[in-house]
Design a protein around this ligand. Sequence first.
Ligand code: 15L
Length: 284
Amino acid sequence: MTSDSTNSMSAATPSGRLLITGAAGALGRVLRKAWAQEINGNGRWQHLRVSDRLPLHDLGAHEEQVICDLSDREAMEGLLQGVEAVVHMGGQAVETHFEIIRDANIQGVFNLYEAARLAGCKRVVMASSNHVTGCYEQGQFVSPDMPAKPDGYYGVSKLFAEGMASMYFERYGIETVNLRLGSVIPKAEDRRGLSTWLSYPDFVRLTLAALTAKDVGCLTVYGVSANPNKWWSEAGWDKIGYQALDSAEIWRDEIQDKVFPAGSLMAQKQGGSFLGLGPFPKSV
Ligand code: 15L
């Protein structure tokens, strides 16, 4: 059984405007649903701004929508106006052609931080990824202070995001928690998932903790559930008060034999299927 409890957003202090980018995507929708009751009234934030490239068809009465392409610098400056904190779930979420990654995740993250600086935004929760270290061997225990080993352009773009987070904290005081997310899906699907799975409720708890913890500076943590076979350190969880409650182990019998071809990089490296993607021809 997975737990279904999420921390209350009233746990922390200032009121203001929270922005969720990538609000139409799977993870944006999970957060919006979990936090729907917590905006306005007695909740932590008075306003919830939600953005994506395309219009949202399930907009709640408490949500203000801004349609915005991450690669459009001017539009991003408008998007961040009046925003106190951002949960950045937007951008390209899987490995693909460099040009697509460049526009969404490199230019997009530059635009985000520059707009955040101009707007006086105080906190970013960044959807980074385990693919920053996806070229470590499966089974090796990895912590955030170990050297990056990205497994593709996507992983490199998340490493760029973490670098931007560090620079914008050191120079401009914008705090960021980089969440190196594992596999955030309803149910673990294969043997890799026994190590990498992050349940939706744990994801909501983790994101809320990253958003509301005090004095985080610039911090990088792995986002994973309490899987006994996890490959990633819990370092930093205590700083934000995150506790993982769910575990993929309940599906072990069903999924442990679902593996990538023996001897392939997908079977050897932590990034799994991403190691089977590319090289890519030149994109338009
Ligand atoms: C990620 O960073 C991706 O956004 C997601 O699609 C999954 O592939 C996940 O990592 C994973 O490693 O399972």
